[in-house]
Design a protein around this ligand. Structure first.
Ligand SMILES: Cc1cc2nc3c(=O)[nH]c(=O)nc-3n(C[C@H](O)[C@H](O)[C@H](O)COP(=O)(O)O)c2cc1C
Length: 160
């Protein structure tokens, strides 16, 4: 089997779609991720895999906290925008005119009206291949069940 075939096989794995938020001083940035999942039940933990060249990567390393905002049906344009533009070059929150609420425990703001916001404190980082896996403990959260979560499968955004 060639590497390309192995990549195509991997493409069949459905992945949840979220925005990772982080803050560095006055700067608040949000970045799209699909390599994210629950990592532990007790304590509640999530893991997210982020490439070192992403602006959000060093923001998490510096602040040791991050927000996971689970994205729902109808938010595809925001997902693509935040996944193709860098916070180094522009303020994504301002460009998209997104409303925020302060975090309850961490300094990173929540996105208003999101399906779910999970406030995470960094507990472990692991460099693995060309990405860093950040493991965060969920210390506060909000959610609503107004839409269905987006997943990425075979390169397309869809819902389950
Ligand atoms: C659907 C989708 C999923 C993505 N998943 C990831 C991911 O899991 N990890 C990652 O490092 N980058 C991922 N990216 C790429 C980043 O979101 C993208 O490089 C972004 O512009 C980085 O922004 P930043 O420099 O402001 O952090 C994804 C992009 C898209 C469109």
């Amino acid at each position: 089997m060639t590497r390309d075939q192995m990549r195509q096989a991997l493409h069949l794995l459905p992945m949840p779609v979220a925005l990772i938020g982080a803050r560095d001083g006055d700067k608040h940035n949000i970045t799209t991720v699909a390599w994210i999942n629950q990592a532990s039940w007790t304590p509640l933990q999530v893991m997210v895999s982020i490439a070192p060249q992403r602006y959000i990567h060093d923001m998490i390393v510096k602040s040791s906290e991050f927000m996971v905002t689970i994205m729902g049906e109808g938010e595809e344009a925001t997902v693509y925008f935040c996944g193709t533009r860098s916070g180094r070059d522009l303020d994504k929150i301002k460009e998209l005119d997104l409303a925020t609420d302060p975090g309850e425990v961490i300094a990173v703001p929540r996105l208003k009206g999101a399906l779910a916001n999970l406030e995470c404190k960094l507990v472990q980082s692991l460099v693995s291949g060309d990405h860093t896996i950040f493991i965060g403990e969920v210390v506060a959260a909000d959610y609503c069940k107004d839409s269905r979560p987006l997943v990425l499968c075979q390169g397309e955004l869809t819902t389950l």
